[in-house]
Design a binder for this molecule. Sequence first.
Ligand SMILES: [Zn+2]
Length: 395
Amino acid sequence: MTAATTPSAAGLAWAQRLVRFNTISRESNLPLIECIADHLRTLGVPLRLSWDDSRRKANLFATLGEGKPGGVILSGHTDTVPWDGQAWTVDPLGADLRTVAGEPRLYGRGSADMKGFIGLVVAQTQAFLDADLPHALHYAFSYDEEVGCFGAQTLLADLAEAGLPKAALPRLCIVGEPTSMVPAIAHKGVARWRCCVKGRAAHSSQTHIAVNAIEAAARLVAGLADMADDFAARGPRYAGFEVPWTTAAVGVIEGGIADNVVPEDCRFHYEFRALPGTDVAALQRRVEDHAASLVPAMQAVDAATGIRFETLCAVPPFQAALDDPAVRLAQQLAGTDRTTLVGFGTEAGLFQSAGIASVVCGPGSITQAHQADEYVSLAQLAQAEAFLQALARHR
Ligand SMILES: [Zn+2]
């Protein structure tokens, strides 16, 4: 039997339908969630929604085979990154089919990351139900992954609150992020903070009564650059990552109002992309200790000055053993003995932290994700569909 090179009409139609929803993280994802929920309700699949604070966004958690033990989560995020300023030659929401370089492709924002996968999963629902699996199957479709995996945290908290009996807790999770259908067993974590420095403004000729917020921030930024150099020169190594050490980077800085005013405020954002096994809290403590060492001199001028930190996102690193049950299952379903590492963060670390063995495996390549003219090849969608069909047969 030769492998199919295109997915089923129903699978492709669902992938296209989902791409046509604008679910950039800053927009509501409810129309997309309602579209999937309606379909699942028609098939009699019980589901729960969990919401963000604004109730403009929801996660969908559905269970096929309620009451059956354990089971497998198929997980994907419904939000996408924006396309502002990118040079698209197709409509990002058009879900166009085009053949380029002899390869039939589905184009559109989210086609690879990761509406292609979610669409195929939804399209398989009837087949999963008909398969009468010995265990449950769960769909976990989240919001706000691209801005810090916030939806999946709410979803997991909601499940904990639901108080599922232990036997009904999902055992495995497959996160369908684009890995070209090779099971990925590790990724770095992403921990991002905002640092806000409160100084004291004065005429720039009166520095003796001022506290310069930019200068204090600059010392911290330089400290972060030193940490980054240290990681690169002497830090732990994890072979297989494109950058096999922990990185630190400042992404945004703002401060000052005029050339002749000592700035009162400065804020900057920075992140660590930490190798699995890294104590990220200890890295952050080093930054906060550095900040604490600057504060006495600032407060000697004005007690109202100071430095504070806010967490922007905390996506835990992910690492699975080669004999991890989720990895073994993904290899079996994909018909491969390969594994890979990925450079991007996913929700897999969160599911793993919740005690659910996880793996990342999905159609398309991360090189196309987040780019102009994002696409997924129909051959990749066909491979992912075969993976899901193998799951329906798996005993
Ligand atoms: Zn993604």
